[in-house]
Design a protein around this ligand. Structure first.
Ligand code: DQA
Length: 158
């Protein structure tokens, strides 16, 4: 493992958690979620970053890649999940392990949310467990980080 830091990166509209459609996203604010994550994993160091802007998220990924010392990234890209090729390219461009997380189950919602353009270049996806998606994401990252990037699974023909 190259460090013990994890970047928790949140995209557009996640700054409104707590007030925003609580029946879907819950009552916790982003600060509540971030504190919960930091408290649950006292041996890890977290960096939290949220932006409404695609380019800021991309720059943050590049910055963390350049600084080094990161186990990987927990990314809730919000709506960018569904259409941002620029964010997808940035994830591909860095050697950081990225776990895609969502509070809601995007596969149980509107049709346009059921596809993610970033999943393919992330290590995996955790969707539908509310704030716990972030906690599960951290557990997944700590388990997979040494393998970095995508795991190719060999499928044997019967
Ligand atoms: C979300 C799901 C997205 O479809 C939506 O645009 C969000 C939040 C989630 O965490 O469930 O902003 O990523």
């Amino acid at each position: 493992m190259s460090g013990n830091s994890i970047l928790v990166l949140n995209g557009p509209n996640l700054s409104r958690l707590g007030k925003r459609e609580p029946e879907i996203y819950g009552h916790q604010t982003l600060a509540d979620i971030n504190c919960g994550v930091a408290e649950s994993f006292p041996d890890l160091t977290f960096e939290f970053f949220q932006s409404e802007h695609e380019g800021m998220l991309i720059e943050k990924l590049f910055e963390c890649e350049d600084r080094g010392g990161f186990i990987g990234v927990i990314l809730n890209a919000g709506a960018l999940t569904h259409y941002s090729i620029a964010l997808r390219d940035a994830i591909s461009a860095v050697s950081l392990a990225v776990v895609e997380v969502h509070l809601s189950n995007i596969y149980a919602r509107e049709e346009f949310r059921r596809s993610s353009v970033i999943s393919e270049v992330c290590m995996g996806v955790i969707s539908g467990f509310g704030a716990n998606s972030y906690h599960l994401g951290v557990r997944a990252l700590v388990g997979i980080a040494p393998r970095k990037k995508k795991i190719s699974v060999a499928v044997r023909e019967a």
